[in-house]
Design a binder for this molecule. Structure first.
Ligand code: PEP
Length: 261
């Protein structure tokens, strides 16, 4: 059975802590130029928190979806500096990143916290994109599958495998993020197949429908080869998503029919 054809691909742009209000608007305007993006491949952008409301206004009725880069695991309350899931829904977000490697490495987010963020997102009808991936030291020590499996299992332990029907997984090897060093298509495929297999061991149907994105120095020049791997369902793009032409080219690469390759 060809299970890949049924999964609509996703190309997502993580804008990280970049851009001004004017630059955010200019980037959105460029992406919304006529006949560029449509729903054949789901497009999501993740601007900084403070620009989400403006972005939501610009994107209303447009084929680009809005997401936040992080979410607090707690319900609204006395958590200075945090942003709760209902607030993200309130300003028009449909998606949220959880467990991005920069959150894990720079802000000490562990698997348990990421699992709670994932659950908080879903409880508020946000679709979480769960980021998983190993460091270079972990890969060199042959720990890639152990690390990625552990990160995935932590979420399944809290939310159950059925929760993955309303979620996306992004495999982002830490050594490939922002480094210009991309995983080879085969390296990406191997880990994506491992993730799908691990979910399939619990629920084959959910595994077959699960979108698994690759992230880590994806560019217009390498996107197509990555996206044609059978278990790669699109990309989570950092640096290259800040340049409209480059991001649009990556989105177009995701349109290609993987059965043609
Ligand atoms: C990311 O931030 O999730 C990412 C993949 O970044 P880059 O594309 O710049 O490696």
């Amino acid at each position: 059975m060809n299970t890949t054809a049924a999964r609509r691909r996703i190309v997502a742009g993580n804008w990280k802590m970049h851009g001004s209000r004017a630059e955010t608007q200019a980037l959105l305007d460029a992406l919304l130029a006529p006949a560029q993006i449509d729903e054949r491949v789901t497009c999501i952008v993740f601007p900084p928190f403070v620009y989400l409301s403006d972005a939501a206004r610009t994107l209303r009725g447009q084929p680009i979806h809005l997401g936040a880069q992080d979410v607090c695991a707690e319900a609204p309350g006395a958590y200075t500096g945090e942003v709760a899931a209902p607030m993200l829904r309130d300003v028009g977000c449909d998606y949220v990143l959880v467990g991005h490697s920069e959150r894990r490495a720079l802000y000490g987010e562990d698997d348990a916290l990421v699992a709670r963020k994932f659950a908080a997102a879903q409880a508020n009808k946000l679709l979480p994109i769960l980021c998983v991936g190993e460091t270079l030291a972990e890969r060199d020590a042959d720990q890639t599958y152990a690390v990625v499996g552990r990160q995935l299992d932590a979420v399944i332990a809290v939310s159950g495998v059925a929760a993955l029907a309303q979620a996306v997984v992004a495999y982002e090897p830490v050594w490939a993020i922002g480094t210009g060093r991309t995983a080879t298509p085969q390296q990406a495929q191997d880990v994506h197949a491992f993730i799908r297999g691990r979910v399939a061991a619990l629920d084959a149907k959910i595994a077959a429908g699960l979108r698994i994105l690759y992230g880590g120095s994806v560019k217009a020049g390498n996107a197509r080869e990555l996206f044609t791997q059978p278990d790669v369902d699109g990309g989570l793009i950092g640096g290259a998503s800040l340049k409209a032409d480059e991001f649009l080219a990556i989105w177009s690469a995701a349109l290609a029919d993987r059965r043609a390759h």
